[in-house]
Every structure is written in structure tokens, then in C-alpha cells.
Write a protein that binds this ligand. Sequence first.
Ligand code: FES
Length: 161
Amino acid sequence: MCENCQKSDLSKLTPILEEFSGDKYALISILQKAQEIYGYLPTDVIYEIAEKTSVSPAKVMGVATFYTQFRLQPIGKNLIMLCKGTACHVNGADSIERALIEELGIEDGGTTEDGLFSLKTVACLGCCSLSPVMMINEDTYGSLTPEKAKEIVRNIRLESK
Ligand code: FES
């Protein structure tokens, strides 16, 4: 592995690998638990899982990239989940998305350079009566307008200074 590559604390994986030892169908469960620990799936963690489960790194990476639940990059301190379900779509989710992209300078799936925000579009968040809706970490923001969405993000940025 190169000098600049990340070095994760791989000892944290040991209990998971022991729990699923010998279970050849457990790869997804192992990846889920690893992501809970590290917040995403760093490359060295992928390689460690491959080695310890005797699955090729390409196959582990293939599974990790196939399922949208897995992240291969760290997420920002504030994860914005913008709903693009039917109700939110009808009520202007696209214009909210454009406003957030403009405000943050990142596309869907991206993270700002300062690591403060990640943006992810999702399906229904389960509160359609508030559409259009976004969640930022545990907080829900409804009846959004493009300007309101920008202002929420700006306020969080100011509070974190
Ligand atoms: S469609 Fe957005 S919360 Fe249901």
C-alpha cells in the first residue's frame, strides 16, 4: 500500500470477522458492520476483509460498489438527505437540489472540501405531508423552498465556525 494511503485501525474488525468466521454468505453483513465502525469502507479495510474471508479483493469491492448502502468515501459531518420521492418531486425537490448544489458546490453523493456537508438524494423519508423535505443528520426540514434550503445550510455552516 502506498505511503499516502489511509491506515485504518484494523484491530476493530477482529470481533466482526470472528463472529462471521466460516460463514461464506456473510460478506454483506461484514461490510455493514465495518461501515458502522469506520463510517465508510476504506480501501485497507476492504483488503483486510478480503484476506480474512478468502474472498478476492475484486469481489469484495464489487459488492461494496454494487449496493448503494455502502460508502467508499468518508461522509461529511452533516449528511444532507434530500428526498426525491414522488410527493417531494411533485412539490419541487429538483429545485431544492439545484439550490443545494449551488450553495455547496457538490453534486449528489459528494462531500464538501471542508468535510462539513455530504449530499445524498434518497427515496421517501416518510413525512410526505411536509414535502419537499430534507434531513440533516437527525433533523427534519420540511416545506422547503430553494432559498430556505440554502439558508439552513448557511446557518449550520455559521454555527460550526
Ligand atoms: S416523498 Fe418525500 S417524504 Fe415522502
